[in-house]
Structures are given as C-alpha cells and as structure tokens.
Write a new protein. Structure first.
Length: 261
C-alpha cells in the first residue's frame, strides 16, 4: 500500500537526518529553541478555536495521488497571500512523495508570524525535536500509522515541546482511538491514505463521533464553493486546504470568499 511505502521511505530518510545531526544534539537544539522561541501551541489552538471558520493554507509541491502540483505563484508570494487570509500555514516536509523538506518550513517561518503546522509522517521522537528546531508551532499525528502507545507518547512530547497537535483520523475506529488521548483538535481526512481516494462525505458521516468540545478540521478534497457549503453545513470548525490554494493565482480571494460564505 502507498502508506506503508511512505512510512518505509521515511525511516530511511530519518537515518540520513540523524547522520547529519544526532538525536541527542537535536534534542538539545529543541530545548534551546524553547528558551528563546515565541511560537507555541497556544497560538495554533487559539487560531483554530476562534469564532467562525478557520483555514489552514497548505504549501506542498506534489502528492502521490496528484503528482507534481503546478503552482501559479512562488513560495514567498504565496506566503504573502496566506498572511492576509488564513489562520495557519501547513508545510509538507516529507521528501520522497510530496517533494517537501524542512528548508521550506524555515523559509516560511522567516516570512510569517502565523502558526505553522509541520505536516509529515511523524513516527519517531527525533521528528518532534526537529519540528521545534525548524520553527513549527504544531505537528500532525496520523492515527493510521501509530499505535495507541505511540500516539499518547508523541502527544505528550509535543505538548512538552510547546507544539500544538492536529490528530488526523479517517474512520470511526481511528476517531475512537484518537479520543483516548483527549486531543484538543481532531482532523477528519477525506482522503483514504491506503488508496488516496477522496470523498467529502467522509466528514459528514463521521462528524457525529467527534465531541462538540473538540475543534474539528476537515482535510483534503476542498476545491470549490459547494464543497465549502457542504462542510460548513455538517458543522466543521475549519478547513485544511492544499491543492485548491496551490493551483490558484489568488489564494486570498478564495479564502476570503469561503470564510464569508
């Protein structure tokens, strides 16, 4: 399956990362960053929990399902637009299947005061220390690739490091597992990570399983006005939008319209 391949390749990449900077050194750098850094999970949570719809604008160059994404504007111009219209920025840092890297996130950090979500396949503690070092405010925990113990340990570690957490789910069982760690923010991915098919009705079907005291973010497949109307109608608190913004010449126009619909 695609997901297993991505996780396998991530383990190989982590070996390379650790060869450059050891886990001991990365942890020390993370501790140093916490002493001087101003970005915390509170900012991510605050922006996701404010009244009205929150939008996470994503920066990504490719995906296994879409291949290379043809962006109409460059990274820096795109971040300028995001600064005007979204509540947080998601940056893909997975190298092999999404053409991401940590340098993109560093560039965004230098350009934006918005909270930044590191979107990657987080499977080892090293990545959480690294996330803090490169300037992330929050990380993604993908329920499908973690067991219960890992989710609890990684969630606790994230909070210790001052990182917010978006816990991603795709079905009833994953929501049940995710709720065991009492996350503040739950994502429902409309994309099946096993075959990368997308259906927005996934969020509609699963909405009832997410308690009202959780912030609910709909992820994937949000491309147009009807998608936004549907998801607002089922009661989500926010959207994570990638392709529609990346392929648009004016992401701010879309974001502002969708917030006000």
């Amino acid at each position: 399956m695609i997901l297993e391949t991505i996780v396998r390749d991530k383990r190989i990449r982590l070996t390379e990362h650790k060869a450059r900077i050891s886990e001991t050194d990365m942890r020390r750098l993370a501790e140093d960053a916490m002493k001087v850094g101003s970005h915390t999970d509170d900012l991510f949570y605050k922006n996701m929990s404010k009244p009205g719809i929150s939008i996470i604008g994503e920066f990504k160059q490719a995906s296994p399902s879409l291949g290379k994404i043809e962006s109409k504007i460059n990274l820096m111009d795109r971040i300028d637009e995001y600064n005007e219209c979204v509540d947080a920025i998601s940056c893909l840092t997975e190298e092999d299947h999404f053409n991401g890297n940590t340098d993109y996130l560093k560039q965004i950090r230098a350009k934006s005061a918005l909270p930044i979500l590191r979107k990657d396949f987080m499977i080892e503690e090293y990545q959480f220390y690294e996330a803090r070092v490169i300037g992330s405010d929050a990380v993604l925990l993908i329920t499908a690739i973690l067991d219960d113990a890992q989710m609890k340990d990684f969630y606790d570690l994230s909070r210790e490091l001052g990182l917010g957490v978006l816990v991603e789910t795709h079905d009833e069982y994953e929501i049940e597992r995710a709720l065991k760690i009492d996350p503040r923010i739950v994502g429902i991915n409309n994309r099946n990570l096993k075959d990368f098919t997308i259906t927005l009705e996934n969020t509609g079907r699963l909405r009832k399983y997410v308690p009202d005291d959780k912030i609910l973010i709909a992820e994937s497949g949000i491309m147009g006005d009807e998608d936004v109307k549907y998801l607002k109608g089922v009661g989500v608190d926010g959207f994570l939008i990638g392709r529609a913004f990346m392929e648009s010449e004016s992401p701010s126009t879309l974001a502002i319209r969708w917030k006000n619909m």
